[in-house]
Design a protein around this ligand. Structure first.
Ligand code: PXP
Length: 249
């Protein structure tokens, strides 16, 4: 089976919020993405609401439901955001760390701190209690100590943070250590029957060696798709990635 492509449309909302207009439409973006073959729509409702707004979440979910595809809602373990999420009940929740001053998510969850770990574990339990059919992934680094902590939470998948890998790819640094780490991470995660997802910072170029590695079952990609689509449209940009995922380069 080819890996799935989650299309993150946050930056369509970034454009909209830049001018405070009602366009470009997030509903239309989700519709175009799914029509082009996206396997799910991913959005991040941030505490500062810098792109996705509360009302976007149910509106986008109506589109994903029409296509019979999942909505993957990224969220910080914050009471206010959790309340919106639990109202909408998407198929997937992806818990991420969040700092107000960051430009974008800057790394995986810190599960080695006992306090953070308890908070994330409790948030997972709360999400599952509210919505037992929901699936949860935790956005984490690939180190085994963190993954051992993930396994103690009642979750369905990990999403490995690929931001550093993607930057080193662009800088033409050696990638061998990432591949070793991802394989060790994969083995542990699969022993525990969880899904193995990846995301952050990926482009059409940096995606290719990961697809060749053949470990990740799902990729969530946003910024590159929206940037590339300025020149050739959302459908063409998504098709470029779908072809890579089908290994037809
Ligand atoms: N996965 C997670 C958990 C993220 O936080 C983000 C950014 O919102 C992405 C994937 C997509 O990253 P990018 O926009 O860099 O492709």
């Amino acid at each position: 089976m080819n890996p799935r492509l989650g299309v993150n449309i946050d930056h369509v909302a970034t454009l909209r919020q830049a001018r405070g207009e009602a366009y470009p439409s997030l509903v239309e973006a989700a519709d175009h993405a799914l029509n082009a073959g996206a396997d799910q729509i991913t959005i991040h409702l941030r505490e500062d609401r810098r792109h996705i707004q509360d009302t976007d979440v149910p509106a986008i979910q109506m589109v994903t439901q029409r296509y019979g595809k999942p909505l993957n809602l990224e969220l910080g373990a914050n009471e206010d955001i959790m309340a919106v999420a639990m109202e909408v009940k998407p198929q997937w929740y992806c818990l991420v760390p969040e700092k107000r001053e960051e430009r974008t998510t800057e790394g995986g969850l810190d599960l080695k701190s006992a306090k953070n770990f308890e908070k994330i574990k409790a948030s997972c339990a709360q999400l599952k209690e509210n919505h037992p059919e929901a699936k949860i992934s935790l956005f984490v680094e690939s180190d085994l100590a963190t993954l051992e902590q993930v396994i103690k939470c009642d979750v369905d998948a990990v999403e490995i943070h690929t931001g550093d890998f993607a930057m080193d790819f662009i800088a033409e640094e050696s990638l061998a250590q990432y591949f070793t780490d991802y394989k060790l991470a994969y083995d542990l995660i699969k022993e525990n029957n969880l899904g193995f997802h990846a995301g952050h910072g990926l482009t059409d170029q940096s995606l290719q060696p990961l697809v060749q590695l053949g470990l990740f079952e799902e990729y969530n990609i946003g910024h590159w798709i929206i940037c590339d689509s300025v020149f050739c449209g959302l459908t063409t940009s998504i098709n470029k990635l779908k072809k890579i995922l089908e290994n037809k380069r």
